[in-house]
Design a protein around this ligand. Structure first.
Ligand code: NAD
Length: 494
């Protein structure tokens, strides 16, 4: 990929984006539209349909009808596989357009977006396409006069609510297994990053997915998302986003049809650096990337840096050096290491955390400011705060921005105690040359993903899911399939 291919797309007009309902592109029922501002310059990029409750109900009805007449679920696995593989190919064939559109919408640096967005989404769809004819039912170990069968059936209509940080990647984590297992889906992208995911959904129909099997409605979470959550006709709700919204979805479920709700929420993940790390300069580079890429808008970001006391000062100096060398700015430049913050309100929230951290005794050793304001875009310098006490706001609350809090520790036990002192448990890392210490940390840190001598980068073969208030259920790997099937027992007297 070279810069001129990207530049050729950077100012292309982006047409109004309608809903995708029953295979048709439809405006909102009341013709309402929402402005989409680009975080790169704060200017109007395009408009999307401002969905109404009626739009969401129409999308759900379309999904339900497509499920009941078995136009997708009833197809032979080989036929479903062919469509999904074609879809993955189309995503790859359109990767550059999808990535640039996504970056103009959400601000992720293009180098990362190319890999993490269309690249990863195509890989995920392909993974589940290839898996779908390798999933068998079971025969139970019954007495000889009985045949006990366990069937794996699609659940019906799946509602998928997606955040803005990696819309295509996270969208594919839900759509891949849901569609592979024969479900029909209603998708609800985030207000501030719907364009690339809506286009990706459209490509599924081009690949041969029957109309109505995948519907997508844009609009406000409080309107279309709530309608989905309260629907009596959605069987399973899968969600990635904030804890506050996750809590609401559980309430919606309780108030309606008790639909299963799977939540992938936030984190405050500890990156634990011991003095015996195999390569401290590599650890510093990876620690900086692990919090600052995509301007910190990564659910598994290593936002708490726990450093063994004896190397604290030298390690802080090294991470600071790396952070100050990361180029912040134009997300469409391949040279950029840190792109834009997704929205002005998110930027304000990030800056507010820095003010609070200072007030609570933290020292800002680098960053902490809005920069490049003359561009009109939403940019923030990578920020490192030392002296963050375990109980303080910065140690406890997810910022979801480029802000790293540093806390020293004196022993393995203290590292574990601090690591486990939040309500979250999504990811973490330990840097050490000791095999025994690494395994003790894997065992003792309460989290869904633990890295050793690296941070991030896990592929489709392993699950991603949190413990505590980081959520329930898992995306990725064969374990994700469980969310999209019902088990049915057949007990047959012979
Ligand atoms: P958010 O909860 O504000 O929004 C997420 C989605 O929920 C959006 O599509 C939004 O429109 C919708 N929504 C909002 N209110 C709703 C309502 N009342 N009913 C139904 N839907 C509603 O979260 P966000 O700010 O877009 O995303 C950032 C959060 O996502 C962070 O906390 C981050 O850690 C988390 N995240 C988690 C993972 C993971 O895998 N665990 C991955 C990425 C992001």
């Amino acid at each position: 990929m070279n810069q001129s291919n990207i530049d050729a797309l950077r100012t292309q007009a982006v047409p109004f984006r309608a809903h995708l309902i029953d295979g048709k592109l439809l405006p909102a029922s009341d013709n309402g539209r929402m402005d989409v501002l680009s975080p790169i310059d704060g200017q109007l990029l395009t408009q999307v349909a401002r969905g109404t409750a009626a739009d969401m109900q129409a999308a759900i009805a379309s999904a339900r009808a497509s499920f009941e007449d078995k136009r997708w679920a009833g197809q032979p696995p080989a036929a479903r596989k062919k469509v999904l593989l074609k879809w993955a190919d189309l995503i790859e064939a359109n990767a550059l357009e999808l990535a640039v559109l996504g970056v103009r919408d959400n601000g992720t640096e293009i180098g990362m977006a190319l890999k993490a967005e269309p690249g990863s989404a195509a890989g995920t769809i392909r993974y589940y396409a290839e898996a779908l004819d390798k999933i068998y039912g079971e025969v139970a170990p019954t007495s000889s006069d009985i045949l006990g069968l366990i069937h794996k059936e699609p659940v019906g209509v799946v509602g998928a609510i997606i955040p803005w940080n990696f819309p295509m990647m996270i969208g594919a984590w839900k759509l891949g297994p849901a569609l592979a297992m024969g479900n029909s889906v209603v998708l609800k992208p985030a207000e501030t990053a719907s364009l690339s995911l809506m286009r990706m959904a459209e490509l599924a129909l081009e690949a041969g997915l029957p109309p109505g099997v995948l519907n997508a409605v844009t609009g406000e979470g409080a309107v279309v998302g709530e309608t989905m959550g309260l629907s009596m006709d959605v069987d399973v709700l899968v969600f990635t986003g904030s804890g506050a919204t996750g809590r609401r979805l559980m309430e919606y479920s309780a108030r309606s049809n008790m639909k299963r709700v799977y939540l992938e929420l936030g984190g405050k993940s500890p990156n634990i650096i011991f003095a015996d790390a195999p390569d401290l300069s590599e650890a510093a580079k990876v620690a900086a990337a692990g919090i600052f890429r995509n301007a910190g808008q990564v659910c598994v970001a290593g936002s708490r840096l726990l450093i063994e006391t004896c190397i604290h000062d030298e390690f802080v100096a090294e991470v600071t050096r790396v952070a100050e060398g990361m180029r912040v700015g134009d997300p469409l430049s391949l040279e950029t290491a840190i792109g834009a913050v997704n929205s002005e309100s998110q930027l304000k929230q990030n800056l507010g955390f820095v003010v609070t951290a200072r007030a609570e005794g933290g020292e800002v050793v680098t960053g902490g400011e809005r920069i490049l304001q003359e561009t009109g875009g939403y940019f923030m310098s990578p920020t490192i705060v030392t002296g963050v006490t375990p109980g303080s706001t910065l140690a406890q609350k997810e910022v979801f921005g480029p802000v790293l809090g540093v806390t020293p520790f004196a022993s393995d036990d203290e590292a574990v105690l601090i690591a486990n002192s939040t309500v979250y448990g999504l990811a973490g890392a330990v840097w050490t040359s000791s095999l025994a210490r690494a395994h003790r940390m894997i065992r003792d840190v309460r989290t869904g993903v633990m890295h050793v001598n690296t941070y991030g980068g896990a592929d489709n073969t392993v699950p991603l899911g949190g413990v505590g208030q980081s959520g329930n259920g898992h995306d990725k790997s064969m374990h994700a399939i469980e969310k999209y099937i019902n088990l049915k027992t057949a007990w047959i007297k012979l």
